[in-house]
Design a protein around this ligand. Structure first.
Ligand code: 5RP
Length: 222
């Protein structure tokens, strides 16, 4: 089975968390694209979606699913998004698609974050995937020096401008033993909009598409 088929499996399984008639949060990326397409096929539709990127908004609208402003909704029951890396402890690296800031905002506004991934995304420790950091353009070089002081090797993702008009630094070489602490430390650097560690608020449910079927993980004790 291909990686795309695993993504599609995870995306289809996430429909079980969606109540018809509700407003949900929708993330960004190829796995989420499968989810949006699956949503469009639900016999009873959702009322609308708050989207984490212009790309997802276009895809949702293309299926006739109303796209709503986060400011116009009181809160979200569910947010569905992919990840670049995920641990069994529900910590994530996200932002491969440069949508990390809006993704973090919509995830924060949701009661339940359902993360959908193919099995290659599951890791013992985060950090092999370069950690995306969104930065205000004028602060890019300064932030890069500070990230190097934290032990990383930042590389400017040239040619990418985020939906917020900002730059992305991809930080290689991080062996992330304390995801919560590192997420906090990077966010303290002036000029950082946010970073792709989702550890302070990780996933609540991890839905993994595998060749054998779908595996669902929840934090221990839940
Ligand atoms: C976008 C993201 C995506 O969730 C992440 O990059 C995974 O993408 P894909 O589903 O295409 O593997 O964080 O900013």
């Amino acid at each position: 089975m291909s990686q795309d088929q695993q993504k599609q499996r995870a995306a289809a399984a996430a429909l079980e968390y969606i109540q018809p008639g509700t407003i949900i949060g929708v993330g960004t990326g190829s796995t989420v694209n499968f989810f949006i397409d699956a949503l469009a096929g639900m016999p009873s539709r959702i009322a609308g979606a708050v989207s984490s990127s212009e790309a997802s908004s276009r895809r949702l609208a293309g299926h006739g699913i109303p796209v709503l402003d986060l400011n116009s909704v009181a809160g979200l029951e569910v947010y569905v998004d992919g990840a670049d890396e995920a641990t069994r402890g529900m910590h994530l690296i996200k932002g491969g698609g440069a949508a990390l800031t809006r993704e973090k905002i919509v995830a924060a506004a949701a009661r339940t974050f359902v993360c959908i991934v193919d099995e290659a995304k599951l890791v013992e420790r985060l950090g092999k995937f370069p950690l995306p950091v969104e930065v205000i353009p004028m602060a890019r070089a300064y932030v890069a020096r500070e990230l190097a002081r934290l032990g990383g090797q930042p590389v400017w993702r040239q040619g990418t401008v985020t939906d917020n008009g900002c730059d992305i630094l991809d930080v290689r070489g991080l062996d992330i033993v304390d995801p919560v602490g590192l997420e906090r430390a990077i966010n303290q650097i002036p000029g950082v909009v946010t970073n792709g560690l989702f550890a302070q608020r990780g996933a609540d449910v991890l839905v993994i598409g595998t060749d054998a079927g779908v595996q669902t993980l929840r934090p221990s004790g839940h």
